[in-house]
Design a protein around this ligand. Sequence first.
Ligand code: RFL
Ligand code: PHB
Length: 394
Amino acid sequence: MTLKTKTQVCIIGSGPAGLVLSQLLHNSGVESILLDRQSRQHIEGRIRAGVLESGSVKALVDAGAGDNMLRVGLTHKGFNLAFDGEHHRIDLQGLTGKSVMVYGQTEVTKDLINLRLKQGAQMVFSAEDVRPTEVCSDKPVVHYVKDGKRYEVQCDYIAGCDGFHGVSRKTIPRAVRQTYERDYPFGWLGLLSDTPPVADELIYNNHQRGFALCSMRSPVRSRYYVQCSSDDDVANWSDQQFWDELALRIGTETAANLITGASIEKSIAPLRSFVCEPMRYGQLFLAGDAAHIVPPTGAKGLNLAIADVCILSRALIEHYKANNPLYLDTYSPTCLKRVWMVERFSWYMSKMLHQFPDNSPFERKMQRAEFDYIAASQTASKSIAENYVGLPLD
Ligand code: RFL
Ligand code: PHB
């Protein structure tokens, strides 16, 4: 027997994209159901992004999900680029009048899940075999299995917010879907520790041994990354090896302030650029990592996901409340224009800051010249700053 339910929007995936979308729809009286293949505990335990653009901060506050963020998030008015230990500060506030917020994606997710459940949202965790069908009809259906029972959700629209490995994008036939992809020949080994950050602001380091990033979650919790090879294994890195390598890459002056401690999480993330076009197929709309991936060097993935669902929620709300189909019809091109600009920035930052295995001494000189140009030119610094704080929504 199959248990059938109905809703207006079925959202696949309870990461930041799905959760923010469901919150924004709820705030305007549009009904949705959220389905995720993972347990709540698993979703709330994932360590990922740490930097929110000013537009993402505003979106979370406007959605009513910003209380904790505003209480404990850290406003950052600048960040540092470093080349072999030499620093140049990008003055975000001075150059753009805006800042970013350091607040973990893990916390954003927990805040949203708590709020959605308090408001009585329909959220299904550990949903197996989630399958969207009839997406080109006016009554698409999403099937899933939970605790051995079969379910069907009949809806008007499906939001595919199920990340890079999800099922939604694959529902678009190969002949319709065009994908653009670049894999980088390295990964990021990340370490989280309950130690005070090495500096008050983030430091992106280009060092001849490889890239390193000094980030944080709070005044007593640090997040660091070092570039590693694509086929590396976390098991190859003891905490001590990580700290030693980080200290070498950030230079003696910064390393003098480095406080080390036991890791509470250590993992390797691959680096990839990826875009799927179009972001709409029939009644299915892709948002967030389901449609695109950026390498983390620009701190953009989470922010792009939030931007997509701000655009999608407006489109759905205009449809339901004003019978206006315009924004649904323009969803894909509107998002993609911004997506490609953000892809460009993330690719540019990645290219400038990492050691590529096939780089010759010439490429390293080019990276150095790029750093010197940014340090010497307010125009170049401003270009980085306006991308880092976030481009306008549309
Ligand atoms: P998510 O977060 O991957 O959520 C997708 C959800 O869908 C579920 N799912 C399914 N559910 C049902 N059926 C299926 N078949 C399903 N398949 C998957 C999953 O369980 C999950 O709950 O995608 P979303 O919402 O689009 O959010 C995207 C962000 O998570 C991602 O872009 C960022 O984390 C990227 N990122 C960063 N972004 C930033 O904006 N700033 C940063 O500082 C930043 N740093 C990072 C990052 C990503 C990293 N990693 C681990 C790749 C640092 C790292 C190391
Ligand atoms: C993080 O704190 O996890 C972080 C910060 C900035 C990035 C990527 C990751 O560019």
